[in-house]
Design a protein around this ligand. Structure first.
Ligand code: HMG
Length: 398
């Protein structure tokens, strides 16, 4: 028997890695180009830089590049389920996970699937992975969240674009975060953000989407408390899906009335660290919550093993979930901090004009073939072109 809210199966995140394309723009320069006060973007929205994805990267390659950083030979042998959460998938039939499975060389006795529900997809993948590990404790599951966020040039959503992927290995006795068995979730059919199959940019009702996000957070938080004995004081930190870094704070500050000034100070202090990476990447949709988690774990020196972290996942449309994890004794050693520091350090800034050109470079949709130059893209795994309606992927290491 366990108490309400207590973790009774030690399943969770064993490894976590991240990838973002090598080019970015500065938000102050974007604001100047759009005739907006830069403080609106840097303070009002809370973004400093935005990843810009070249045509040689897509959701598949971003995810494969993220996973490449964390998987070893033993993972390739033990992974028997690959779950790919994305809302910028490249095919209406074939799962992006199948391409990644091949590009990484994962053993063939595996299930590989794609999950879609806006930014919630990777969280659904984690929950599926937990069930799989509970039945097969020796297995490992690769969960991917990978997206390129596109609203369009000169749109209100432009400042909240981004590109990147997070890869996680879910296993028994994880080294980073043990996930709780209690979880609060909610579905409600709302049209706050969507992307019809004929459009490569999203449609959004911006203000409504902010309201829905907060409402889903408050609803799932309330539900979570009623399912457990936990309250605000039990959380050392909280991580949020971050479409832009002010969004999570807008939601979190709604519950500060439930705690003391120490609770508010502690959660705010950790929140800042949980937004550092997202501030310089932008919205990566499915991977966004987990990028925030990586940012917190790698940049926050005051966290310690045993700390409880709350996680709020939101996917427009909408599905929300609030769940928790406990930091494991060796979590610091299991992170890929040096890899991520190198990735950020090697990025190149492009001008707003260059970004606009890159944004307009898309793969043909009329069935014609195209060969791309991948030499300028430092990523190990790239899209090399399209031939007879098939994307050509290259792993430069093979
Ligand atoms: P907007 O209309 O351009 O901006 O849209 P605004 O006028 O609402 O201003 C934004 C903030 O900047 C406001 O702060 C202003 O006061 C402030 P707030 O009231 O919100 O605290 N501001 C300034 N601050 C300092 N100095 C200044 C200044 N001027 C204004 N000079 C919006 C903003 C986010 C709505 C837009 O960019 C958008 O539509 N983005 C896309 C939708 C989105 O990100 N929604 C978030 C919730 S939904 C979600 O998270 C799911 C999603 O990830 C998709 C999925 O699930 O797949 C999007």
């Amino acid at each position: 028997m366990t108490n309400k809210g207590e973790i009774n199966l030690n399943i969770g995140i064993d490894k976590i890695g991240f990838y973002t394309p090598h080019t970015f723009i500065d938000m102050v320069k974007l604001a100047e180009a759009r005739g907006v006060d830069p403080a609106k973007y840097t303070i009002g929205i809370g973004q400093e830089k935005m990843a810009v994805s070249p045509v040689t990267q897509d959701a598949v390659t971003l995810a494969a590049n993220a996973a490449l950083r964390i998987l070893d030979e033993e993972d390739l042998e033990k992974i028997d389920l690959v779950v790919f959460g994305t809302e910028s998938g490249i095919d209406s039939s074939k799962a992006a996970a199948v391409y990644v499975h091949d590009l990484l060389g994962i053993q063939s006795r595996a299930r590989s699937i794609e999950i879609k529900q806006a930014c919630y997809g990777a969280t659904a993948g984690i929950q599926l992975a937990k069930g799989h590990i509970a039945l097969h404790p020796e297995s490992r599951v690769l969960v991917l969240g990978s997206d390129i966020s596109r609203y369009g040039l000169n749109t209100p959503g432009e400042v909240t674009q981004g590109a990147g992927a997070v890869a996680m290995v879910i296993s028994a006795d994880p080294r980073i975060l043990s996930l709780g068995d209690q979880s609060a979730y909610l579905t409600n059919d709302v049209m706050d953000f969507w992307r019809p199959t004929y459009s490569d940019t999203a449609y959004v009702d911006g203000k409504f989407s902010n309201e829905q996000y907060i409402s889903f957070f408050l609803n799932t938080w309330k539900q979570f408390k009623s399912q457990t004995d936990l309250s605000i004081k039990d959380f050392e930190a909280m991580c949020f899906h971050l479409p832009y870094t002010k969004m999570g704070m807008k939601a979190m500050r709604e519950i500060f009335v439930e705690g003391t000034s120490e609770d508010e100070e502690r959660l705010t202090r950790h929140y800042k660290n949980s937004t550092l990476y997202n501030k310089t990447v932008g919205n990566i949709y499915t991977g966004s919550l987990y990028l925030s988690l990586i940012s917190l774990l790698e940049q926050d020196e005051t966290l310690k093993p045993g700390d409880r972290i709350g996680l709020f996942s939101y996917g427009s449309g909408a599905v929300g979930e609030f769940f928790t994890g406990i930091l494991q004794p060796e979590y610091k050693e299991a992170l890929a901090e040096a890899e991520h520091a190198k990735l950020f350090a090697e990025r190149e800034e492009v001008s707003i004009e260059e970004y606009e050109e890159i944004f307009s470079e898309v793969l043909p949709v009329d069935g014609s073939n195209l060969q791309l130059t991948i030499e300028n893209d430092p990523a190990m795994i790239c899209v090399a072109g399209i031939e007879e309606h098939k994307r050509i992927y290259v792993n430069k290491n093979r």
